[in-house]
Design a protein around this ligand. Structure first.
Ligand SMILES: [Zn+2]
Length: 219
């Protein structure tokens, strides 16, 4: 392991400086990341946006998703550049900043499901590693199968954009989970519409509640 580190040193994903094997960015580049620095709860920007769309319990966002920002660049790498391992670093940064009291601790982590076609194309679901490491750190189980995507079928009439978007937005809870406090995770929250579609499905069972965790959100 040590020898391998010497042969193939880990480099800062932004400036190429050699860094420790367990770091994504050097100290200086890490300073450029715009962390939200807001608590998991109801007093933050993400909560205020999402509460207009569905009843949520708490919200947390790790980073701001600004144009030309480093956070945007590294999330883009996670999603489109095959950098699955970035998810591990985002999970570690999150677990260092995320705190909840026992009463508000979610019972299970579920990610916004990726359509199987997209997953095949990408080779991975960009939330899987993030959720797995986050679950280990926070001691919350992860359920990858509970929530699935449905009706991704493209509408035959492609001109019917509204209808197509509606069918694309289908999600289904395929396990009979009740009295469950979900921590629903997503990479980037922009409009919040996808999170809302998932949340409404989880909330069809009235004893359930939903909290949201985004790796980044666009303000
Ligand atoms: Zn750097």
């Amino acid at each position: 392991m040590f020898l391998l580190d010497l042969l193939l040193p880990q480099r800062c994903t932004c400036c190429d400086l050699i860094v420790d094997a367990d770091e994504l960015l050097c100290e200086e580049c890490l300073q450029q990341i715009n962390f939200c620095n807001e608590d998991f709860g109801t007093h933050n920007k993400l909560y205020r946006r999402l509460q207009l769309l569905f009843p949520l319990r708490n919200a947390f966002s790790l980073m701001e998703f600004e144009k030309e920002s480093l956070s945007r660049k590294i999330i883009h790498e996670l999603k489109y550049n095959g950098r699955e391992r970035h998810g591990k670093f985002f999970a570690e940064w999150t677990s260092e900043r995320l705190q909840f009291n026992e009463r508000e601790k979610p019972t299970v982590i579920v990610g916004v499901p990726l359509h199987p076609k997209k997953k095949r194309k990408r080779g991975y679901n960009q939330l899987d590693l993030f959720n797995q490491i986050l679950g280990e750190r926070m001691k919350i189980p992860v359920d990858k199968e509970a929530l699935i995507r449905t009706n991704f079928r493209r509408s035959q009439a492609s001109k019917n954009k509204a209808r197509r978007e509606k069918t694309d937005q289908g999600f289904r809870l395929v396990k009979p989970l009740t009295h469950t406090h979900f921590l629903l995770t997503d990479d980037v929250c922009t409009t919040g519409n996808t999170l809302a579609s998932c949340a409404w499905e989880l909330l069809k069972e009235p004893s359930n509640s939903v909290s949201i965790l985004a790796i980044a959100h666009e303000s």
